[in-house]
Design a protein around this ligand. Structure first.
Ligand code: FAD
Length: 681
């Protein structure tokens, strides 16, 4: 059958549509493997997942693997890479552990140095991106005799399994026949010494490189891995990023409610309501309800909501001044990777302003390490001398920088007497300043009660320190939004662009994704639960209680186990979260519900904490534990979680007439059985 003109026209149109469909991926990035965080997980160096092949192909002799949850291990890896390359001429590659397969690791050349920067997460678990590698090491690895390695663990000594992953990786590699070229090191977030611990370990690594491996050491100089290429593009050009949270949001045809939503692509969720739960001199608390109806974002009770941040106008202004880009905020550029293994961290073309507002962690404490790297860009020899002195003197740095709560822009401008640092290339800024990470919040709603809404409860810290505003990024963003949404008269502590890139966050929206958590109610609702959540630790407990209330409401014949809530705050009139809701829950659950509140600042002669309330109810707690109760602890990891565990240990010891050691063992076994769950930060 012959084709007529109409057939040809239809075929041609189809062909154009097919070409356009695939070209769209090029334009909007879904096929570009070199842009991290925006695209599929194709490895940091092209599409190969074979480390040995990638090292060979790119002529590398050093790899820095990171197992990172909040970005610190990743940040350390990229900073260490710069130093190893500059000081020792090593040809380095940073590598996300999730980007590689490990079946060829036993063929790695013994000329290659392998660094593992391993964070421990939660109860001695590997970070999400290290799960597969850790599993391989424990179960599949045979002999790794040619692997030359060292490990730095990132952990928190207030957790029971302090640095478990770093230690286990080091020991496991040793038992597999690998040779460590430098000693194991570890950093302690619990004591706030992570940066200093890392610096001390780095010195030992450098000593080993010089003395044992005979590498020559040179002065630290900056060698860029990227080049900024200015573009003559109109900022209205739809391929230019204004800080859209992922490249898909640059595609006008993208169905924004479809997902999947995860750490590389958030849902821009409308915020239905925000409420101020309390306000005191230095703190306040925002309750926010994210509307997920119409999207396929899902959660289950006990999960975490990750909120994607952007920086405040105040911080951006200072940062742009310090780094001399005030006049360039609307200029467009793209990035050329000079090293084929460098992952460009965000979509380009982009404006300078968008990079600073949406991609860089510009506020927050700084490290001595950063100061060393910036010395060579000092505006004058005198300032360089000052910078070097601060970078080399731990105590002076603590006094002059850390205790003054200076962030990077504050410090640079203080050192230069308010003058911009004109010699710092923006390439250095992109490579050296950590990239903004989403902040997690324990979800305070129940997925049974609120199927299409996610609640969070965020405490906002904002204080003026030495005439400088010091405040958290996301919490002050939520506070600014809450003030605007409720037409409040008060002035926000920090001001944000609430409309977002191309107005995408207008009418009160923020980018979010859900992180699955193991903090879960027992599947059988008749099991008693003990919920211990002082401060914002009450957030997931509220979700649990709401869930039980709804279960009861939906089916009054269902047996709901006892629910004993322990909450703590300063005073009943200052910061008692959800004060009006608890009587409703008590009414709905009847005798099976009990709540005790510890007020730490009501009695001037004695501070009362949740631990005191636990002790006061030890008979009841032992009775519930005998009935198989599950224990849940949420909130401050640094002291509360440890003290609560110790108190519960004493209660168990007394109740069961066993030693404290036996009771501690029992708690450990509860943890293994998921009868003792923690959600602490
Ligand atoms: P950031 O910008 O991260 O700053 C952190 C702190 O540093 C702030 O107090 C800030 O004032 C201070 N700071 C800023 N600049 C400096 C400086 N130059 N020097 C020294 N200090 C400085 N939080 C909740 O409120 N509710 C929850 O339910 C909750 N759940 C969580 C669940 C999990 C699993 C985790 C990991 C954390 C949870 N958090 C929760 C904590 C939350 O993720 C954030 O860490 C917290 O809200 C602060 O985020 P931010 O962006 O506002 O502050």
């Amino acid at each position: 059958m012959a084709l007529d003109t109409l057939d040809f026209a239809v075929l041609f149109a189809l062909a154009v549509a097919v070409v356009a469909y695939f070209a769209k991926d090029q334009i909007f990035g879904s096929g570009n493997a070199n842009e991290k965080g925006f695209l599929s997980n194709t490895g940091s160096s092209g599409s190969s997942r074979d480390l040995v092949e990638v090292l060979k192909k790119n002529n590398k002799n050093t790899v820095l693997f990171y197992g990172s949850q909040t970005g610190t291990a990743e940040d350390y890896a990229s900073k260490l890479l710069k130093e190893l390359a500059s000081r020792f001429g090593l040809k380095c590659l940073t590598a996300d552990l999730a980007d590689y397969d490990y079946d060829t690791l036993d063929t790695i050349s013994n000329d290659v140095l392998v660094f593992f920067l391993m964070a421990t997460y939660g109860e001695g678990e590997p970070t999400d991106n290290a799960v597969e590698f850790y599993d391989y090491l424990q179960n599949d690895a045979d002999q790794l005799a040619t692997l030359k390695y060292t490990v730095f663990g990132l952990g928190n000594s207030t957790y029971e399994f302090y640095n478990a992953i770093g230690k286990n990786v080091f020991e496991k590699l040793e038992s597999l026949g690998s040779e460590s070229f430098a000693p194991y090191g570890e950093g302690d977030d619990g004591k706030g010494t992570m940066d200093e611990d890392f610096l001390a370990w780095k010195e030992k690594v450098f000593d080993a490189l010089k003395n044992d491996l005979n590498f020559e050491e040179h002065d630290l100089t900056y060698e860029p891995a990227i080049e900024i290429i200015p573009m003559d593009k109109d900022v209205n050009d739809e391929t230019v990023s204004y800080g859209e949270p992922s490249a898909k949001y640059l595609d006008p045809t993208y169905n924004a409610s479809r997902g999947p939503f995860d750490h590389s692509h958030p849902y821009i969720a409308p915020i239905a309501t925000t409420t101020e739960l309390f306000h005191s001199k230095d703190r306040s608390c925002v309750h926010a309800e994210f509307d997920i109806s119409g999207s396929n974002l899902r959660y289950s009770t006990g999960d975490h909501l990750a909120i994607w941040p952007s920086n405040s106008d105040e911080n951006i202004k200072l940062f742009a001044k310090a780094f001399n880009v005030e006049s360039k905020l609307n200029d467009v550029f793209k990035i050329k990777a000079l090293d084929s293994t460098y992952s460009i961290p965000f979509h380009t073309p982009i404006t300078y302003g968008a990079v600073i507002r949406h991609h860089l962690e510009i506020s927050g404490a700084i490290s001595r390490q950063f100061l060393s790297s910036i010395a060579n860009f000092s505006p004058s020899p005198e300032i360089k001398k000052e910078v070097t002195k601060l970078a080399n003197d731990k105590l002076l740095f603590a006094k002059e920088v850390t205790s003054q709560q200076l962030d990077v822009a504050d410090l640079l401008l203080k050192l230069s007497n308010g003058q911009p640092w004109t010699q710092i290339p923006f390439e250095f800024v992109i490579e050296t300043i950590p990239h903004l990470q989403a902040r997690y919040y324990s979800i305070s709603s129940s997925s049974l009660t609120e199927k299409t809404s996610i609640h969070v409860t965020a405490v906002v810290e904002a204080e003026t320190h030495h005439n400088k505003k010091v405040g958290g990024v996301v919490t002050n963003l939520l506070k600014n939004l809450e003030i605007e949404q409720n037409n409040e008269k008060s002035e926000p502590f920090l001001h944000y662009d609430l409309k977002g890139p191309r107005g995408k966050f207008s009418n009160f929206k923020l980018p979010v994704h859900v992180r699955r958590s193991t903090f879960k109610l027992p599947s059988n609702p008749s099991i008693p639960i003990i919920l211990i959540g002082p401060g914002t630790g009450i957030a997931p407990m509220r979700g649990f209680v709401r869930e039980r209330v709804t279960l009861k409401k939906n089916d009054p014949s269902v047996t709901i186990g006892e629910t004993f809530v322990f909450y703590g705050c300063r005073t009943r009139d200052e910061d008692y979260l959800y004060k009006n809701e608890w009587p409703e829950y008590a009414k709905a659950l009847g005798d099976s519900f009990q709540m005790e509140v510890a007020f730490s600042r009501e009695d001037p002669t004695k501070k009362v904490y949740v631990q005191d309330k636990l002790l006061a109810h030890q008979l009841k707690l032992n009775e519930l534990l005998d009935k198989g109760a599950y224990i849940y602890v949420c909130g401050d990891a640094s002291r509360m979680a440890r003290d609560v565990q110790k108190t519960l240990g004493s209660i168990l010891a007394k109740g069961r007439n066993i030693t404290e050691e036996k009771a501690a063992e029992l708690i450990r076994s509860f943890k293994v059985q998921n009868r003792y769950q923690e959600d602490v930060w």
